[in-house]
Write a protein that binds this ligand. Structure first.
Ligand code: FMN
Length: 178
């Protein structure tokens, strides 16, 4: 049966390379129905305990959570801002973390990152792994792609053969677990 894959770049840039990378990864999965989210469709006030008390959880956070619950597997590619998550992503995560259960539920996940630089967003990917592995044991693969502009083409995906092999290994773990 066709698997439902939810994918997004954890960035609000309209040219997000992480959205491109997450989309590429999702489209590699055989027999999948892919939904790509854009964080700009989930822009909410900056989380604060006072706003939560005053107005509760915004509908957009509930809608994001519903997308997570409906998926068989989730692919996130994290953009790195100053060594960590983008504010756009972190805000959505903070609101969702105030809802019942863990944010990612028990969903299978593939965590990715990329950047124009040589570390490929390794810092933010490490932050995601160290935090989310506590709440979700079903993170089955992770990969960061360095030098995005040199190693990725819109038409062909990852162009470097060694990096492509490493990526495919992680993707296979995720696909195998679906
Ligand atoms: C405010 C800001 C901070 C950044 N900090 C980092 C960083 O710490 N490490 C890094 O590799 N790239 C950093 N970059 C460059 C991003 O990796 C680059 O903008 C990338 O395109 C972000 O991914 P996106 O296109 O998916 O948004 C930063 C960019 C911005 C605008």
């Amino acid at each position: 049966m066709s698997k439902k894959i939810l994918a997004f770049g954890a960035s609000s840039s309209i040219h997000s390379i992480n959205k491109k990378f997450a989309t590429f990864a999702a489209n590699q999965i055989t027999d999948a129905t892919v939904t790509i989210l854009d964080l700009n469709d989930f822009e909410m006030p900056i989380y604060s305990v006072d706003r939560e008390v005053a107005g509760g959880i915004p509908d957009l956070a509930k809608q994001f959570k519903a997308q997570i619950q409906a998926a068989d597997g989730i692919i996130v590619s994290f953009a790195e801002h100053n060594g960590s998550f983008t504010a756009a992503y972190k805000n959505i995560y903070d609101w969702m973390s105030r809802m019942e259960g863990s944010v990612w539920e028990e969903q299978l996940m593939l965590l990715l990152s990329t950047s124009p630089g040589g570390r490929g967003g390794k810092g933010v990917l490490a932050a995601a792994l160290s935090t989310y592995q506590w709440s979700n044991k079903n993170i089955v693969g992770h990969f960061s792609l360095p030098f995005f502009n040199q190693n990725f083409s819109e038409q062909g995906g990852i162009t470097d053969t060694t990096l492509l092999a490493g990526f495919k290994e992680q993707l296979a773990l995720f696909e195998g677990a679906l």
